[in-house]
Design a binder for this molecule. Structure first.
Ligand code: SF4
Length: 449
């Protein structure tokens, strides 16, 4: 009998990519194998994200497509079980079951370890099931060991989940729950399993990763820097990264770690969201733009070549043109290697959604345009500064053009190079010969050819 097939579609951030891998691993206990063809799947999982605008509507339109496909396959006697997982599942649980009859199971980001049992139950009794409980600890204790099938050089490892900061525009505290840090030993065991299947660059993930305070084997609470230093001593680890950080949780120890730990890559993603202190207070960010700039100074004093990236929202309710200008001033002062910028849009249920003083779409679009032009200039300037440098690049995938591999520099820039395919999954020295806004192009250096 052929194995049952599961198709999984992942929306959103790296944490969802991590969650999807873990979902697939837990489904292998039921004999499911992944397929990239939704039409052949017995089980369809949408692992959803609620961060962007109209997230729920996109999920409903995807479910409409799946319903039409299920109606077709039903004629061919192929019943598909349909699961909606992730943050939209958490936020809209009953609404989804009511609106989309094709859905069998709703499972939140803290409950997906229950999925194998729920699938068995649904298959046996035909029930529609919902589990949107918050139980980080039980989830991480229940999930199976990482399997050895994936042999990529890079891997994600969630060390922290949830958020206590409660920014007024953000759904994360409601969909991912309160901050939770996994115990150190559990993380070390998972890292060892990832290394044994071929990973040597690990990115530590958390909604607020630098708020990490996990119980160490010595019974004390460990900081992120202590965790990073311990992970970097594991045989086989060559590179470590972490994301996403909050300015209020950056401490001296972590800044220093960038200086002395050569396995920690010189890149920091540190969202600042807005330049006006009034808007930052309305966002409940708990820091001012002056404090943000002081942190940047302190990091650059310690690690001059660090690449900084950030997240910015334009057009928060009530933001004046003068306040938006303050955002541009912060960007000018910092000089980012990369930045993600968005027009504000209300998320149902968040405090900011109740604020009345909305900025028009046209004005938000024009502010975003101005901001993105500045960001592009800075990105290009940073990338051009790498020309003629030789960077150690980890090639982890094939490029778009034949003969090309695509990798990442220590600063997280995508680097294209025409190099032998045998160098896939290796860190090799690459001389950068040209730069665009979003990527670099290089040639192999030394005797590697
Ligand atoms: S710190 Fe980040 S995850 Fe937490 S509420 Fe603010 S934006 Fe959301």
């Amino acid at each position: 009998m052929s194995a049952k097939k599961v198709f999984i579609k992942t929306f959103g951030c790296q944490m969802n990519v991590y969650d999807s891998e873990r979902i697939l691993e837990s489904l292998s206990s039921l004999g499911f194998e992944e397929t990239s063809q939704i039409s052949c799947a017995d089980l369809v999982v949408l692992n959803t994200c609620n961060i962007r605008e109209k997230a729920a509507e996109k999920v409903y339109s995807e479910l409409g497509r799946i319903r039409r496909m299920c109606e077709d396959s039903a004629h061919r006697d192929q019943k598909k079980t349909v699961v909606v997982a992730g943050c939209v599942a958490q936020a809209e649980s009953y609404e989804i079951i009511n609106r989309a009859s094709v859905v069998d199971i709703i499972v939140g980001p803290q409950s997906y370890h229950m999925l194998p049992e729920m699938i068995k139950d649904t298959e046996r009794h035909g029930h529609k099931l919902i589990d949107v409980n918050f139980n980080h600890q039980q989830k991480f204790n229940t999930l199976p060991q990482r399997n050895t099938k994936n042999n990529r050089a890079t891997a994600f490892l969630t060390v922290q989940e949830g958020c206590d900061k409660c920014c007024t525009f953000c759904v994360v505290p409601y969909t991912r729950g309160a901050e939770y840090s996994r115990p150190v030993e559990q993380i070390l065991n998972e890292a060892i399993a990832l290394i044994s299947r071929g990973a040597f660059e690990i990115t530590l993930l958390g909604q607020n990763v630098n708020a990490y305070r996990g119980k160490g084997p010595d019974g004390r609470m460990w900081s992120l820097s202590k965790l990073i230093n311990t992970l970097s001593e594991l045989d086989g680890i060559k590179r470590l990264r972490y994301t996403t950080s909050h300015p209020c949780d950056i401490d001296e120890e972590l800044i220093e770690c960038h200086n002395y730990n050569s396995k920690l890559m010189p890149h920091l993603h540190l969202p600042f969201q807005a330049g006006s202190n009034r808007i930052l207070a309305a966002m409940n960010r708990k820091h001012t733009s002056e404090e943000y700039l002081r942190i940047v100074d302190s990091i650059r004093l310690t690690k001059a070549d660090i690449a900084l990236s950030t997240d910015i929202i334009v057009g928060f309710p009530g933001e004046t043109v003068a306040e938006f200008d303050k955002t541009l001033r912060v960007v000018e002062e910092v000089g980012f290697a990369q930045a993600f910028s968005f027009k504000y849009s209300p998320r149902p249920g968040t405090p900011a959604a109740a604020i009345k003083n909305h900025i028009s779409e046209a004005e938000k679009a024009s502010r975003l345009n101005a901001l993105q032009s500045l960001i592009k200039e800075q990105q290009l300037r940073f990338n051009i500064s790498c020309i003629n440098k030789t960077l150690p690049v980890l090639f982890d995938r094939h490029g778009r053009n034949s003969g090309q591999l695509l990798g990442r520099s220590p600063y997280l820039q995508p680097v294209h190079a025409i190099i032998p395919y045998k160098m896939l999954g290796q860190i090799v020295p690459v001389k950068i010969i040209s730069a665009k806004t979003n990527s670099l192009f290089g040639i192999l250096q030394g005797s590697q050819l």
